[in-house]
Design a binder for this molecule. Structure first.
Ligand code: ADP
Length: 544
């Protein structure tokens, strides 16, 4: 038995280890890897987001640059159409013409042979010609090297304007694009032209359109254009767009301004962190589920193996239990049949043994049959109002011979006026037989029993106390399980099916009663049957 249990334990624990290696270990390794990988994952996701944002910012910048190229090509096209004999008039008509097409352009200048000529549309004409010339001269001096560089490279196709703020107008709101004029053959290499741009108007018309169309495609993003010094929002797609931004980039066309972008709701890094955390939580939940699944699975297997083991033990025990009384009955019956025994005392003892052994056989078979009926829900009971004392006395009569034979010392303590109960007589007999059988079986030395019937409140209590081997506390609940037999070696040397107490419990449940055990290993056990007293009408009431 022990060897087998060890084998079962070994089997389930080996299965557990196998499942652990096959399922949990890879998942755990993966989870731990994911935890360490977390920062890297967050970084990767952040990079992906940043790249996406960069692409959007790039497209906005590209758009503004295209705008400049459109102005510039219209400028040269219109310049070519004019004969430049009267430059101020030509500039005025050129400005009007360009402004018609591009309302945010505010004016222009041309410097031919070192003499700058301006034309501002009326809203920009706040300063005198001389003031404007002085400021332009200062700018051209300060940006000389850059202008020269762009001038020299324009021949190779690298054509860039020098971009400055027009300092006479406050708040960076007028930008000037200075570029060489030699695309037109009538101008020298050192001749310069310039376009003035009303910055805020450009942002609030052309750029706004572009940002709005991008915003409608990416509703989770907010975009805007801020002036750099001081940091002021010129336009934003959403009022909630405030620093800190997820990304910002200088506008190529207006270097004093920056394009800013931010995700709505949580910030980008928050989003990346949340996503990674969510993945990790999901992973741990899956791990937990798998581990609990495996634990339940292993527990079930263990239970099944235990039950299978108990059934096997049961078959072995029962076969032995059947064989012993049968061979005894046969042996005594054959001896008696030969007629050789002359001593009447001996003959009587042989007959008594045959009766006792066949009683044991019936008891065993009754237990098995009842158990199988209970399991298949076929067991029927016949309840009737009956006193309990005669039933118990009947059982004691049955045991009379065995008590003598096994030197059982029994003390009986019945109170007289116990009320009638509502019982199935045969079932209660079976309960008592099982309890008395156990009390004798598991009292290897002192076979001393005490049987009591008492009434407590609305209950009748039948208790059987022995001074046998007792039951360890841990096993006191288990003994009422089917096939359960305590782990003590003495129990295993004592024959039994492990069904007796399961039947007792079932029968007591059917009687709406209870079976309780109080036991101390080495000192003995006391089994108590508690029957409820039914509410019968008083006899005097019936007569009336
Ligand atoms: P069986 O007696 O056939 O083994 P039972 O279901 O009647 O099966 O009892 C289950 C187990 O409870 C026994 O194997 C034994 O370990 C324990 N047991 C029952 N009655 C007693 C008792 N009076 N004293 C000690 N142990 C007992």
């Amino acid at each position: 038995m022990k060897k087998k249990l060890f084998k079962d334990y070994f089997f389930t624990s080996r299965l557990g280890i196998l499942l652990l290696i096959l399922l949990i270990l890879p998942m755990l390794i993966y989870s731990v890897y994911q935890v360490f990988q977390r920062n890297q994952d967050e970084q990767i996701m952040q990079d992906i987001y940043n790249r996406q944002l960069n692409t959007i910012l790039f497209s906005v910048n590209q758009y503004s640059w295209n705008q400049f190229q459109a102005w510039e090509s219209q400028f040269f096209k219109n310049l070519a159409e004019r004969d430049l004999l009267n430059i101020p008039d030509d500039l005025q008509s050129l400005t009007h013409h360009l402004k018609m097409q591009y309302p945010s352009l505010a004016g222009l200048f041309i410097q031919k042979n070192g003499d700058p000529q301006f034309y501002f549309s009326h809203e920009m004409q706040q300063h005198s010609e001389n003031q404007n010339k002085t400021v332009l001269a200062d700018i051209l001096v300060s940006k000389k090297s850059k202008i020269n560089f762009f001038n020299q490279n324009s021949a190779t196709g690298y054509w860039r304007p020098v971009i400055v703020n027009w300092p006479l107008i406050e708040n960076n709101s007028l930008s000037l694009f200075i570029f060489p004029l030699n695309k037109d053959e009538r101008f020298n290499k050192s001749d310069l032209g310039g376009l003035f741009l009303n910055t805020n108007e450009f942002i609030l018309t052309d750029m706004q359109q572009q940002l709005q169309s991008l915003f409608s495609e990416n509703t989770n993003l907010m975009m805007g254009i801020y002036s750099k010094e001081p940091m002021n929002a010129i336009y934003k797609t959403d009022d909630a767009l405030n620093p800190p931004f997820d990304r910002s980039e200088t506008l190529w066309l207006l270097p004093n301004h920056q394009l800013v972008i931010k995700t709505t709701g949580s910030s980008l890094s928050d989003l990346a962190r949340q996503r990674v955390r969510l993945n990790l939580m999901f992973l741990f939940a899956v791990n937990l589920l798998i581990i609990s699944g495996i634990i339940i699975f292993l527990y079930n297997i263990k239970q099944q193996v235990k039950l299978a083991q108990m059934k096997t033990d049961f078959v072995a025990n029962v076969s032995h239990e059947l064989r012993t009384p049968l061979s005894l009955i046969r042996m005594y019956a054959e001896t008696l049949e030969m007629g050789r025994i002359k001593d009447p005392k001996k003959t009587k003892s042989y007959y008594q043994t045959i009766i006792y052994e066949s009683q044991r056989l019936s008891q065993l078979i009754n237990n098995i049959l009842d158990f199988s009926r209970i399991e298949s829900n076929r067991k029927r009971y016949q309840f009737q109002r009956t006193p309990i004392r005669p039933i118990i006395e009947e059982v004691l009569d049955m045991y009379n011979y065995q008590f003598q034979k096994c030197n059982v010392d029994i003390v009986i303590d019945f109170v007289n006026d116990v009320p009638d109960l509502f019982l199935d007589k045969d079932a209660v007999i079976q309960v008592m037989i099982n309890l008395i059988d156990n009390a004798i079986k598991f009292s290897p030395e002192t076979k001393s029993l005490q049987l009591r019937i008492v009434q407590t409140n609305q209950e009748v209590e039948v208790s059987l106390q022995d001074q046998g081997m007792g039951i360890p506390v841990a096993e006191q609940k288990l003994i009422f399980n089917k096939f359960y037999r305590a782990s003590d070696t003495l129990v295993h040397d004592t024959k039994g099916s492990g069904l007796g107490l399961a039947l007792v419990k079932h029968i007591m449940d059917i009687h709406k009663g209870q079976v309780l055990v109080e036991s101390q290993p080495g000192k003995g056990s006391c089994f108590k049957l508690i029957f409820p007293v039914p509410a019968y009408p008083e006899e005097s009431d019936i007569k009336k």
